[in-house]
Design a protein around this ligand. Sequence first.
Ligand SMILES: [Mn+2]
Length: 263
Amino acid sequence: MKLSVVASVPENGRFLPFEKSMKLASRLGYDGVELNIRDPRRIEERKLVKTLSDLDLRASCIITGQGFTVDGLSLVDPSARTRKLAVQRIKDHILLAGSLSSIVLIGWMRGIWKYNRMRARRRFLEGLRVCAESAQDSGVLMGIECINRYEVDSINTLDEALATIREVDLGNVGIVADTFHMNIEEDKPIYEKIVICKNRLFHVHVADNNRKVPGAGHLPFRRFFDSLRRMSYDRFVSVEVVPPEPSFASIAESSMTYLQKIV
Ligand SMILES: [Mn+2]
């Protein structure tokens, strides 16, 4: 099991604070950083690749949701043109993920389904399949994140994600499980439920029940990590605190202090 921590990647011109975060993550003993990126075309890719390699850090995962929350792109948008732009944005993430050997997370990019769930589901599967096929060509894994119903109105539970993955039927599409969302949505404790993902668990987000750093609330992380070990899970567990307060440094430090005792 490897540890990473989420950091937002600034667009051109504001790289320095991010470099500082990466240095700190490396010094604290993280194996990687998870990258929250709005538009990969605006990223200084070579600089990013070099900084990661100089610090012996991996990019665990690319979070793509700003494509929807900032730019309004989703795979289920009523406009065919916007859906196409959403697919293109995800393909751009896939290209970057190929250079970084990271996975691509699909969360908010699945948009809003409530106006016509059947049609939205069909459009989502169409878009996802196109993206996943291109990811397959680049050797990139894609993970559908299960997000609680108060934020996203589709694929809230691990069972729903598994059903979706079966329908897409491509080996490079799997699940991103997030302990904060699981605690809201799942019918069993996080350490019991997680095992249903088996080898389709591609990535894990950890935050406590209050979405603060692990250890700041009451989720049973020790037992959760026992389950991950029993599943022979060897991918990344990534700290994702929302909102990222009081600071990246504080989140990265206190999470590492807690996690290194139980991982
Ligand atoms: Mn998450």
